[in-house]
Design a protein around this ligand. Sequence first.
Ligand code: NAD
Length: 283
Amino acid sequence: MGITKVTVLGAGSMGNGIVQVSAQAGYEVTMIDVNGDALAKGMANIQKMLDGGVKRDKITASDRDAAMGRITTATDFSQASRADLVIEAVPEDLELKKELFKQLDQICPTHTILATNTSSLPITSIAAVTSRPAQVMGMHFMNPVPLMKGVEIIKGRMTSPQTMETGKKFIESINKVWVEAVDYAGFIASRVLDVMLNEAVWCVMDGNKPEEIDKAMKICTNFPMGPLELIDMAGADVLLNVMEIMEKEFGDKYRPAPLLRQMVRAGHVGRKAGRGFYDYSGK
Ligand SMILES: NC(=O)c1ccc[n+]([C@@H]2O[C@H](COP(=O)([O-])OP(=O)(O)OC[C@H]3O[C@@H](n4cnc5c(N)ncnc54)[C@H](O)[C@@H]3O)[C@@H](O)[C@H]2O)c1
C-alpha cells in the first residue's frame, strides 16, 4: 500500500523539519505533540523556513501556501489512526519510545509503518514491544532536516524487506538520499563521526587550543566545520549521551573524554548554553 498520509510525533527541532519536507513533497501530514506550545513553535518554524525559501526564490509563494495547507496539528494521539507512515521524533529515551510504540500499535491500521528517528537506540528493542515488528524501522534524519540531504534508514532484526523498500521510496520521494545501516548503536554516521569528536576533546585535554584543533581539521582535512565547533552546535550533552550508549555496546574506544563530562556537569554544553569550547555570550 502506498503512503499518502504521514504522522510525525514530536514538534521539536527534528519533528518540525520532517513535517516540513514531507508536506513540501505533497504528503498530508499530522504533527502531534503533547505540548501545545511546542506545536505552535514548530508551525512558526516551518512558516519561517518556507518564507525564507520564497525570499531566496527557492520555492514559490503558492507552493509554500500549499505545503502549509497540508499540515494539521494535534495534541491527541488518536489522530495517528489514519496514518500510512508514522515517524516518531520525541526525546531520546528508550522507555518513552517503547511506550509510544505500544500505543501506536493499538491506534494505527495494520498496514501502517512505524519509524523512529532515534540517533542511537536499538530499533529492535522498540520494534519488539509491538505486534508488527516487521513494519518497524529506523529513519535517522540529520539536523537541520530541510538542509541535510542524507537519511540513515535502519533495518531492525525483524524489519521486513518490504518495509525497507517502502521506507527507501518515501525518502526518495521527499528529495533525500537514503543510506542503509544495520541496527547497532550509532548506526554509521554517529558511530564514525563521534569517535573523532571525542578524540578532539582529548586533544584539548592534551593542551591543544580549540581554535587550532578546528583549524587543523578544516584546513588540513577539508572538514566544513571544526569538531569542537560541531560539538558546540550539537550540544556536548547530546554527544555525551550517545557516547555512553556506544560505550555500552562497543567498549572502551567510545569512553567519553573526562573533559566532555566535566563540561556537561558545568552546563557548558555549547551554543544553546552560551558557552562551550567557545564563548557565545555576546551572540
Ligand atoms: N537534534 C538533533 O540534532 C537530532 C538529530 C538526529 C536525530 N535526533 C533524534 O530525534 C529525536 C527528537 O530529537 P529533537 O532534537 O527533535 O528533540 P526536541 O526536544 O527538540 O523535541 C522533542 C519533542 O517531543 C515532544 N514530546 C515529548 N514527549 C512526547 C510524547 N509523549 N508525545 C509526543 N510528543 C512528545 C516534546 O514536547 C518536544 O516538542 C530524538 O530521538 C533524537 O535523538 C536528534
